[in-house]
Write a protein that binds this ligand. Sequence first.
Ligand SMILES: Cc1ncc(COP(=O)(O)O)c(C=O)c1O
Length: 372
Amino acid sequence: MRIKDFKLEQFFTKHEFTAPYLLCCSDCGSFSVGELLELDENSEEELKGLSLGYTETQGNPLLRKEISNLYENIDPDDVIVLLGAEEGIFIFMNVFLYKGDHIIVQYPAYQSLFEVAISIGCEVTKWEMIEQNNWELDIDFLKNSIKNNTKAIVINCPNNPTGYLISKEKFNMIIDIAKKHDFYIFSDEVYRFLEYDDKDRLPAMCDIYNKGISLGDMSKTFALPGLRIGWIATKDKSLIKKVISFKHYTSICNSAPSEFFSILVLKNKEYVIKRNLNLIENNLKLLDKFLNDYNHLFAWVKPQAGVIGFPRIKFNEDIEKFYTDLLNKKGVLLMPSTNFNFGGKHFRIGFGRKNMPEALEKLEKYIQEYYL
Ligand SMILES: Cc1ncc(COP(=O)(O)O)c(C=O)c1O
C-alpha cells in the first residue's frame, strides 16, 4: 500500500453494519428518499424524468449555485462538487502538495487530513489541541512550527473528534499568520452550521482569504452521507482547474440522483439544519448529564458545535478493552482514540442519532454493572 490504512474507516467497515447501537457516528441520522421527496411537491415527477447520463465534471450548475449560497463571496464557478469531502481532501493534497513540502495540521484529526500528505512524501507537523485548556489551539505553537517549506495549514473547526470550535479572534490570527508567510489554509468545514449558538459561527475560509479553501459536504450538517456529495470552494481559480483535471482520474463526475437530492435539500436547508440541531440539543443534554453524573469516571469538554465529543476515561483500563467489552456485553459501539493515534484513554461519542438516548441507557447500565 502507498498509503497507511485509514483506521477509523476500517473500524466502521468492521462494525457499522453489525453493532446494534452506534454511539460514535459523526452524522445526524439520515433521511429516507420518501422524506426528501416530501420537501417539494414537484420533486417526485422531476426525479422520474431525471436522466442517468454522465454529469458535468465540475458539478451541476444548479447545485453549484445552491452551494455558493452557503457563502458570502463565492460564485458557482468557485465551487467544484466532488464525491464526498473525502475526494476533496484526496484531490486537493494530490494537486497542491509535493514531496518535501511541509504542512501543519490541527490534531487529533480525521486521518486523511494528514495521511494523504504523508503518502505524497510531505513533512507533517501535528498541531495538537490541548485538552486541559478545553481543546484550545496554541497560536504560538503554530508560529514556532513554520518552516521555509511550509505550504499550508490544515484546520477542522468545528472539529472531529473533539467538537472544538475556535474563536473568531484566533481564527483571524491564523489567517494573519498565513498571509504573512504566504501559505494556504485548507479548512475542513463539514460541520459548519451545526454551531449551538449562531453567534459562534466562523466565517467560511474561502470567503475571507484568497488562498483559503473551504471543504463542505452533504454528509454531516445535511445528514446525507449516502449521497456521497462534497465540495471545495475557493477563489483560487487555478486550483479549481487542477482539481477538475485530477477528478478525470478519480470519479469523472458526480452521481445524477445524488446531485438532484443535494439541490432539493439545499433549497430547504433551514428546515434540515433545524431538524438536526433539535436532535443534537436533546441528545447533548442527556449526554452532558450522564458524563457529569459519572464525572469520577469520565472527563469531558462539552463541544460547542457538531455531533461528536471526545471524553476521556479516568479509570485504569485500556480504551480498546473498554470499547470491546461494552460492545460484546451491551451492543454499544464507541470509537476508541487509538483510531486517531491519540493515546489510550479517550473515545469519540456521537449524539446525532435518534436512538442515542437508548444507546446511552445501555452504556449507563454497563457502567453501573461493571464500574460502580
Ligand atoms: C472532518 C471530516 N472531514 C471529512 C470527512 C469525510 O466526509 P464525506 O462523507 O463527505 O466524505 C469526514 C467524515 O467523517 C470528517 O469527519
